[in-house]
Design a protein around this ligand. Structure first.
Ligand code: UD1
Ligand code: MG
Length: 419
């Protein structure tokens, strides 16, 4: 029988080095709290139990947890060892492998963890650490080895002497443990360090001294193991994640003319043969159809949906709006809370005035309508099928324009068009 796996996700820390009132794990990478990426991993691994340790502003962090994740609140942030101890409190009757994941390591891939678990089970180890060899080990715990080159402990940078600081083999923080061994070792951990915290990493030496089997998997793609502790790290992680998202889109048949200038959310769905011009920002919850032309200088906020063959460009912001197929909005403007049909032409400078100071109101534009340049549509308002607004019109609230009608002026009134 395969050993059962319980994942413990450490997410209680405040993240002092972020210098922020927002808990570290809620800081976003590609429009998503960094904790989300670790939660995805756990989902993909199909662990038998998944427990997240929360602490600093736990109500806020709790909101982003999906169903199926159990939580425990670490009342005092006494360190990673204490955090794991709190989670083990929920695992009294559990026997198997405990996988410890840190919520501040967002770039890790499921493939790596699967390999770690496989190795741990195959070698029947008590601990299998995910380790890496890096040129700049600054900030990480260093792996200590005995004269037979077996792992015998981990020393945190703050507590390391000069020799130990020179060690380039580091602890990524990710590890598999035999639950019962971990449980008894944690009882022996003492806060005898600079930070006066209970370090999870101290169990390595305790289990080594108890003749336990300690193994490691070395990860060569060190980017995956990067811990995010500062805003500098956050910016670096964002860059790597953006690159991954872009590659995925390129492989699926989306053209990104200059990927390095675009910010695209982790969940963006974009159809084949769509071309994205430089300086485009696509936030979360956006869907773009096939063969669209997007940008340059476009900002899609959440809730933007574009059907196929839509052309939008140059200094346009769209929010909570749908644009039907073959609709065109080529030049600057704002479209918010709108439902726009097919083959609509939105002229330069069109603005939907959706907010009246209290409520966000809806604008509806039916198929084949033609919105003249610099039109302001004061919502709630409807523009009928094949209707037209003259340049500079202000269509005032509830003055719906019937199908085929032409309106112009301020406020817009019906006009007859010759010919
Ligand atoms: C930790 C490791 C270090 C490793 C590094 C990898 C320890 C003692 N050190 O250091 O060996 O190289 O990660 O990135 O484990 N947390 C809690 N409760 C607490 C303290 C922390 O849940 O009381 C959580 C944090 O939210 C975070 C994770 O544990 O997700 C790691 O804490 P952090 O303070 O970032 O540890 P590092 O200094 O990075
Ligand atoms: Mg960290």
């Amino acid at each position: 029988m395969k050993a059962k796996i319980a994942a413990i996700i450490l997410a209680a820390g405040k993240g002092e080095r972020m210098k922020s009132q927002t808990p570290k794990v809620l800081h976003e990478i590609c429009f998503r709290p960094m904790l989300g990426y670790v939660l995805d991993l756990v989902k993909e691994l199909k662990t038998d139990r998944s427990i997240s340790v929360l602490g600093f502003k736990h109500e806020q962090v709790n909101k982003v947890l999906p169903k199926g994740i159990e939580t425990v609140v670490q009342k005092r942030l006494l360190g990673t060892g204490d955090a794991v101890k709190q989670a083990l409190g929920l695992l009294n009757v559990f026997h198997g492998v405990v996988l410890v994941l840190y919520a501040d390591i967002p770039l890790l891939k499921a493939k790596t963890i699967k390999e770690l678990i496989r190795r741990h089970n195959e070698n029947r180890s008590d601990i299998t650490l995910l380790t890496a060899r890096v040129e700049k080990p600054d900030g990480y715990g260093r792996i200590l080895r005995d004269k037979y080159a077996s792992i015998c402990g981990i020393v945190e940078e703050k507590d390391a002497d000069d020799f130990q600081k020179g060690i380039k083999e580091i602890n990524t923080g990710i590890a598999c443990f035999n639950k019962d061994k971990l449980f008894s070792a944690l009882k022996k951990v003492k806060p005898n360090n600079r930070k006066k915290e209970y370090y999870l990493t101290d169990v390595i030496e305790i289990i080594y001294k108890g003749a336990g089997i300690i193994d490691n998997l070395n990860i060569s793609d060190i980017q995956q193991a990067m811990g995010v502790n500062s805003r500098l790290d956050l910016a670096k992680a964002n860059k790597v994640m953006q690159q991954r998202i872009n590659e995925r889109l390129l492989i699926r048949g989306v053209t990104l003319i200059d990927p390095s200038t675009c910010l695209i959310s982790y969940d963006a769905r974009i159809g084949q043969d769509t071309v994205i011009y430089p300086f485009t920002v696509i936030e979360k919850n956006v869907r773009i159809g096939k063969s669209c032309q997007i940008g340059p200088f476009i900002h899609f906020r959440p809730g933007t949906v574009l059907k196929d063959k839509v052309i939008v460009g140059n200094f346009l912001e769209i929010s909570r709006s749908q644009l039907g197929s073959n609709t065109i909005a080529k030049h600057f403007g704002y479209i918010g809370d709108s439902r726009i049909g097919k083959e609509v032409n939105i002229g330069a400078g069109t603005v939907t005035a959706n907010f009246d100071g209290k409520n966000k109101n809806i604008t509806v534009i039916k198929d084949k309508a033609f919105i003249g340049s610099d039109t302001v549509l004061v919502a709630p308002v409807k523009i009928g099928r094949s209707a037209m607004t003259g340049a500079g019109s202000v269509v005032t609230r509830n003055k719906n324009v019937p199908d085929g009608q032409v309106v112009a002026g301020v406020p817009a009134r019906p006009i007859k068009v010759k010919g």
